[in-house]
Write a protein that binds this ligand. Structure first.
Ligand SMILES: Nc1nc2c(ncn2[C@@H]2O[C@H](COP(=O)(O)OP(=O)(O)O)[C@@H](O)[C@H]2O)c(=O)[nH]1
Ligand SMILES: [Mg+2]
Ligand SMILES: [Zn+2]
Length: 300
């Protein structure tokens, strides 16, 4: 039987869940050790005789990749072919805005949309609290959604943004990524818990990530909570491209190779001093520069 086209919708330690072009879901192994497929990949696969598993025979070229450096300094691909990064922070655990900025930086460098989702606002009921960081994101033109996976308040905005798109939910552990996805999925059959228990390896196998269809034709990828995240940059000078307001101001720097640190005539530093660029975002930018320099020297 000839190869069929399929989408990778789940990755476990060694096997994968596939959605075949026919709409059928199967488990699969991958041919050889060198190929590594991730959620969102389009692959070719064929059935294996006398087995329920299919065999992945090839991975199609990726439109984009969400990557991070692993502990050994190698590039790890978390997902492929996504349209939107849904960056989640929450009332509790307290937001680490640097992590949010690093994911936003990754989205800019991937050339995909990003949305900042502030979850668990049910915990703020009765308190009149403005979150200044959220306003900073709105000021640079990013969509910001305040919501609660528990009450459902605000979550329709996420569905609207993901219509006919593939989103990936990212952010610190415990902010409610899985809860939000469970809230958004159309039928209970498609809930994340069921996906891990229905596939061959059983529920004791850790699901690394899973893609779930949404109402409106979109889909969403849940990735396990990451304590920290850093984008993979080919050079520290690329960091500015990951911060849209810094990239815009940089057009007016005196020197084309300005690093926006201590150079004279730096329009970015001027904008920070005048307050039109957030000092916090500028600090995030400098941290990404530092991190990239450390990585390139193998000091991560
Ligand atoms: N109060 C409240 N708790 C939430 C909300 N969303 C998630 N949680 C809780 O936060 C904890 C972590 O949620 P989970 O979805 O596992 O977070 P993840 O690690 O980002 O996937 C769980 O105990 C959830 O019940 C919310 O909107 N409001
Ligand atoms: Mg989770
Ligand atoms: Zn500059």
């Amino acid at each position: 039987m000839s190869d069929q086209s399929a989408t990778v919708i789940a990755t476990y330690s060694r096997r994968m869940g596939l959605l075949l072009a026919t709409g059928k879901k199967v488990d699969a192994r991958i041919k050889g050790k060198r190929m590594k497929a991730v959620c969102g990949d389009t692959v070719t696969a064929e059935p294996i005789e006398n087995e329920t598993d299919w065999l992945i025979t090839g991975i199609s070229e990726r439109r984009n990749e969400l990557t991070r450096p692993n502990l050994r300094g190698q590039v790890e691909v978390l997902a492929a072919n996504v349209d939107t990064l849904v960056v989640v922070a929450s009332v509790s655990p307290l937001p680490d805005w640097y992590i949010v900025d690093r994911y936003l930086c990754a989205a800019e460098l991937m050339g995909v949309e990003a949305v900042v989702v502030f979850n668990k606002i049910d915990l703020l009921v009765g308190h009149d609290i403005e979150i200044p960081e959220l306003q900073e994101y709105r000021d640079i033109g990013l969509p910001v959604i305040e919501c609660s996976a528990t009450t459902g308040q605000g979550t329709r905005g996420i569905l609207k943004l993901l219509a006919n798109k593939c989103g990936i939910v990212v952010g610190q552990s415990g902010v409610g990524k899985s809860s939000l996805i469970n809230h958004l999925v159309t039928t209970s059959q498609q809930r994340t818990a069921d996906i891990s228990s229905k596939t061959g390896e059983g529920r004791h196998t850790t699901v690394n990530s899973v893609m779930i269809p949404l109402q409106g034709g979109g889909s969403i990828i849940d990735s396990p909570g990451v304590r920290d995240y850093a984008p993979v940059l080919s050079a520290a000078s690329d960091a500015a491209l990951g911060f849209r307001e810094i990239a815009a101001a940089a057009q007016s720097c005196r020197f084309a190779n300005c690093r926006h640190l201590r150079e004279p005539g730096c329009a970015v530093k001027d904008a920070v001093e005048q307050g039109s660029i957030s000092y916090r975002r500028y600090e995030s930018f400098k941290r990404v520069v530092n991190l990239t320099e450390k990585l390139s020297e193998g000091r991560y």
